[in-house]
Design a protein around this ligand. Structure first.
Ligand SMILES: Cc1ncc(COP(=O)(O)O)c(C=O)c1O
Length: 379
């Protein structure tokens, strides 16, 4: 099987796996316990916090550990909102956010907040002018992802950060897909969500940066762990493994960016040379090197994904949470595609397992599936 679904999850790095086993065996103490075994676990926890803080250019006590990217998104946004006064009841969110953000904003809207949604253009980009026009004196917070998990399109979060500062608003960004791949400066944001299993760490672990300037109120007073934001004994082995994976992935990011950009363009070129009618969705100027959001004209994405799976290619129809929903892809709809076009969407996302030798196999397998499909369609 050629694995082309790294935006959904990545295999755990060998070294991160070793750390997980070692910490589970030898540093099993509860980091809140006051004896030496607890203190050792606490030291590891704090060392992991330092590692993440360094990558995000933040301070160590600005990192909160969680159970993954979705939880980071929801806890970070709620912590930010707990710091604003009740007259600020307007929120802005993009139309192309991950379901964990979208669902939370729907709940916030039901609970009385006024929510404005900002769309994207046909290349998947958010307009800063349009964003500024949505801001009112009641706006409390803006949540906009750093890069889209389906098209890989990167938003100009630095500019958005300047805008939010100018208007005195809070800015949260879901950086799950960009973390350890491109630079993230904590000073642009008030909160940033990240996840372990997208950077070759274990699943069920995540973190978020929360600026020290935020005077948040814990949702459940009395919670002692993670500044009162995330209750429960920390998953020290998972967190240490996450920090190890993050450090390795971050150190390798420049080489991997060049390598995956080359693989990416060769795949697109290969489809073109084979005469396959394929649309590479999203702005080519500002895109993650590992994500190819594609449409094969006349071919339903879900069907292609299942056929690919049978022939040994693991691709996806987009965000894992949308699989099986049979609805046209949301990001494509937000980019102005018709239902028929949005249903054609598939995502190939590259990572450490992929290499140049696989390119011909990928092209050939997809070509065979498409030829068979269109030959059948003629009769
Ligand atoms: C942009 C984005 N945000 C959040 C998440 C959720 O992360 P997790 O699976 O760790 O909850 C994902 C995962 O698909 C994602 O792509």
């Amino acid at each position: 099987m050629i694995y082309l679904d790294h935006a959904a999850t990545t295999p755990t790095h060998d070294t991160a796996l070793e750390v997980f086993v070692n910490v589970s065996k030898h540093y099993y103490g509860n980091p809140s316990s006051l004896h030496d075994i607890g203190a050792e676990a606490k030291q590891l926890l704090e060392a992991s916090r330092r590692t993440l803080a360094k990558i995000l250019n933040a301070e160590t006590d600005e990192i909160i550990f969680t159970g993954g990217g979705s939880e980071s998104n929801q806890l970070a946004i709620k912590a930010l909102l707990s710091s604003v006064d009740s007259t600020k009841n307007h929120l802005i969110v993009s139309e192309v956010e991950h379901s964990s953000v979208r669902n939370l904003f729907e709940q916030l809207e039901r609970s009385g907040f006024i929510v404005s949604k900002i769309g994207v253009d046909s290349l998947g980009r958010i307009s800063i002018n349009e964003l500024e026009n949505l801001i009112t004196e009641r706006t409390a917070l803006i949540s906009i992802q750093h890069a889209n998990s389906e098209t890989g399109v990167i938003q100009d979060v630095e500019k958005i950060g300047l805008l939010t500062k100018k208007h005195g608003l809070l800015f949260h960004s879901d950086c799950v897909q960009t973390f350890c791949k491109i630079g993230i400066e904590s000073k642009w944001f008030d909160a940033v969500s990240v996840s372990s299993h997208k950077v070759y760490g274990p699943k069920g672990v995540g973190a978020f940066y929360l600026s020290k300037s935020i005077d948040f109120k814990p949702e459940v007073p009395g919670t002692s762990q993670e500044k009162g934001i995330k209750a429960g004994t920390q998953n020290v082995a998972g967190i240490a493994s996450f920090a190890t994976a993050a450090k390795l992935t971050y150190a390798n990011r420049a080489d991997e960016y060049v390598r995956l950009t080359m693989l990416r363009s060769k795949i697109i070129e290969g489809f073109k040379n084979s005469g396959i009618e394929c649309v590479d969705e999203g702005s080519t100027e500002n895109k993650l090197s590992n994500i190819l959001g594609l449409r094969f004209i006349g071919m339903e994405g879900q069907f292609l994904m299942l056929e690919c799976s049978q022939t040994g290619l693991a691709i996806s129809t987009g965000s894992a949470c949308q699989v099986g929903s049979e609805k046209p892809n949301r990001t494509m709809k937000a980019m102005g595609r018709t239902d028929e076009e949005a249903i054609e969407f598939v995502r190939l996302s590259l990572g450490s397992e992929n290499n140049e030798e696989q390119i011909d196999v990928i092209i050939q397998k997809i070509e065979v599936i498409l030829n068979r499909h269109f030959a059948k369609a003629k009769f």
